[in-house]
Ligand binder design. Structure first.
Ligand SMILES: NC(=O)c1ccc[n+]([C@@H]2O[C@H](COP(=O)([O-])OP(=O)(O)OC[C@H]3O[C@@H](n4cnc5c(N)ncnc54)[C@H](OP(=O)(O)O)[C@@H]3O)[C@@H](O)[C@H]2O)c1
Length: 253
């Protein structure tokens, strides 16, 4: 199946590690021009160097989603440098945390407003594309009770509703919007790797809930995002695709 990604212009935030690092690798392999950001210059340089091997246009930049002006400026400049934007995946998260209001504000600012502001900044380019695809990243912790009441789970849930609303509003402009909700993904140096090292009993209790006895890999989520971003998913919009190897137990109608 041809995904039809060749020549598309993609912007991905938080793409030097984890799921979005795997995503930009796939998109570059498939022939996309890519702009991506993260905070660490060294990691941006290393990622850009690796992606340039695929022969497409690669624009790596440092931007902090928390810095509203700098973030939106980077997005606009990235789209201008690519000559447009057909695909947008805002991947940055503040992660979990149960430090009261501090965690609420962090999740609101990064996980929600980082996505909202990103979409707003790129909207003129997505509209101009006429055939654009946006994929938000939520989590299975948004759709089933997970660990404890916490801002991350609730704020990530709001992305699912917002994506649906945007998908209805912008279908006539040729913009599709979908959400991918991963279950626990084991990434070297990532949050589950840290939990494995610091709280093995808890890690194993989560592992025991996976029907096939393993956590997911970044690449397994990235491939799903690439599909939704591609023309192969041309009739898919407003959906929330769970990628969790059966971790969630509800029946999804
Ligand atoms: N891993 C999982 O199990 C899992 C499960 C469900 C959902 N998700 C979601 O999937 C997405 C990716 O998570 P991940 O675990 O694969 O990756 P991750 O380890 O959270 O990677 C974070 C990436 O974002 C960058 N970043 C972090 N804070 C930033 C900021 N304020 N501004 C700009 N860049 C920033 C990091 O680089 P710098 O540090 O250099 O900035 C890095 O490139 C997130 O939205 C997460 O909520 C993950």
């Amino acid at each position: 199946m041809d995904l039809g990604l060749k020549g598309k212009k993609a912007i991905v935030t938080g793409a030097t590690k984890g799921i979005c690092r795997a995503l930009v690798e796939i998109l570059a392999q498939e022939g996309c021009d890519i702009a991506f950001c993260a905070r660490s210059q060294d990691d941006v340089d290393a990622t850009a160097e690796a992606l340039k091997g695929y022969g497409t246009r690669i624009v790596g930049g440092t931007a902090n989603v928390k810095d509203v002006e700098g973030y939106q400026k980077w997005l606009t400049e990235a789209a201008e440098e690519l000559g447009g934007c057909d695909i947008f995946v805002p991947g940055v998260s503040a992660g979990g945390g149960m430090e009261g209001e501090k965690s609420w504000y962090r999740a609101f600012e990064i996980d929600l407003m980082g996505v909202v502001r990103g979409f707003d900044a790129l909207f003129p380019f997505l509209k101009a594309s006429g055939n654009a695809s946006v994929v938000f990243i939520s989590t299975t912790a948004a759709v089933e009770t997970f660990i404890a009441p916490m801002p991350y789970n609730a704020i990530k849930a709001s992305l699912i509703t917002y994506a649906k609303q945007l998908s209805q509003a912008h279908a006539k402009r040729g913009i599709r919007l979908n959400v991918v909700s991963p279950g626990p993904i084991l990434i070297e140096g990532g949050s589950w790797d840290q939990i494995r090292q610091n709280d093995e009993a808890f890690f194993n209790s989560i592992l025991a809930q996976q029907p096939d006895g393993r956590m997911g890999e970044a690449d397994e989520v990235a491939r799903t995002i690439a599909f939704l971003a591609s023309d192969a998913a041309s009739w898919v919009t407003g959906t929330n695709l769970i990628v969790d190897g059966g971790f969630t137990k509800r029946v999804q109608f």
